[in-house]
Design a protein around this ligand. Structure first.
Ligand code: EPU
Length: 333
């Protein structure tokens, strides 16, 4: 187990923000996870569980204990794949394809760890983690009790779960079990997947070809955090009442939108932000990414407060122009 005092978190967030925490604990086995839960229970300090920090904006030093799982390991049992919470998500996708287990292809190259994928319900190109998650293993910090939650008990929604809402800070996730398929049934209907496959002269893709195509679509639009600090989509796409959508659609007939249910439509925040003239614009060393307005980037040397100031300016302008409040997807601390 790693146990370090006055620790810099610069390597632990993809915005590359240099702040510290009072203490940093990292567990790599089930026994170490129990030990970490015990330390958290016995200390009077606040704690923050992080993954690889790809969805995290740190705006200040954290006066408390930061915890990270590096618990690895993957086992296959039939069509079930069980992974340690500290596994890198994209390694799981790659491994599943290599072992003829299907369903995760569209989630290729999403940054982050397995534990965070179960908290955040990551999603892309028409697939969400909740479509694959079967069970989540966790330790309750307050009691040390080991729990197993079925997918439906986690109450997943769009980038939402009970771990993110009412259970925030309550559990340490240790393992996640995914229910995959031996049969490959590709999901090709979202956005430009089909046109990108056609451009490559592929009619019926293999799982590997689908993964490669998703990877190249993502690389085209999303900045590599190793080059330009960022946290992926900074905002969630707002879901609005039908009446609001109809008013906007009347004023902006070209506005993209996705039906949610009979009463709601989802509107891409990237489009709203671009309409406000923010795409590619900087405020100091923080900027809205030039190829995808949903992504805020650190041009180098931005503080967490600089990124937050940009976030507030963008939110303000979208609200003023469209009357819609866009909410951060990134966890701001
Ligand atoms: N759009 C613009 N301008 C922009 C960006 C987007 O007009 O600057 C328009 C696009 O033309 C398109 C629509 O908005 O019509 C949707 O864009 P895109 O397909 O790029 O996806 P998104 O809605 O912006 C969501 C997820 C991404 C995920 C993609 C693909 C959220 C918050 N984001 O983005 O997830 O990769 O769909 O499925 O739901 C992430 O969560 O970090 C993330 C990258």
């Amino acid at each position: 187990m790693k146990d370090i005092r006055a620790y810099s978190l610069k390597q632990h967030n993809t915005f590359g923000i240099d702040v510290t925490c009072s203490r940093y604990l990292e567990y790599s086995t089930q026994e170490e996870a129990r030990q970490v839960a015990r330390i958290l229970r016995e200390s009077n300090q606040p704690h923050l569980v992080i993954g690889s920090g790809s969805n995290l904006l740190l705006t200040r030093d954290f006066e408390g204990i930061v915890v990270r799982s590096v618990l690895r390991g993957m086992t296959i049992d039939g069509e079930r794949l069980t992974c340690g919470s500290g596994m890198t998500w994209d390694d799981v996708v790659d491994y599943s394809i290599a072992h003829d287990l299907h369903g995760a292809e569209n989630l290729s190259l999403i940054p982050g760890d397995v534990g965070a994928c179960a908290v955040q319900n990551i999603g892309a190109y028409g697939v969400e983690a909740k479509d694959l998650i079967a069970r989540v293993w966790a330790i309750e910090i307050a009691t040390g009790e080991e729990r197993v939650f079925r997918c439906d008990e986690c109450k997943y929604g769009y980038r939402q779960s009970r771990f993110k809402r009412e259970w925030q800070g309550r559990y340490l996730i240790t393992q996640v079990e995914f229910a995959l398929n031996r049969e490959f049934r590709p999901r090709l209907d979202y956005g430009n997947i089909r046109s990108e496959l056609a451009r490559r002269g592929i009619d019926k893709p293999t799982a590997r070809q689908l993964r490669d195509t998703i990877i190249s679509i993502r690389r085209e639009k999303l900045p590599d955090p190793a080059v330009l600090g960022n946290g992926g989509s900074f905002f969630m796409n707002p879901v609005v009442e039908r009446a609001v959508y109809e008013r906007l659609a009347h004023d902006y007939p070209a506005m993209p939108h996705y039906p949610v249910d009979a009463d709601h439509e989802k509107i891409p925040a990237g489009w709203l932000i671009e309409q406000c003239g923010w795409k590619g614009r900087a405020m100091g060393r923080a900027a809205v990414y030039e190829k995808q307005a949903l992504v805020l980037v650190n041009l180098g040397g931005a503080s967490g407060a600089d990124i937050l100031a940009l976030c507030l300016a963008v939110q303000h302008d979208v609200k003023a122009r469209f009357g819609i409040s866009i909410q951060p997807e990134v966890h701001i601390v």
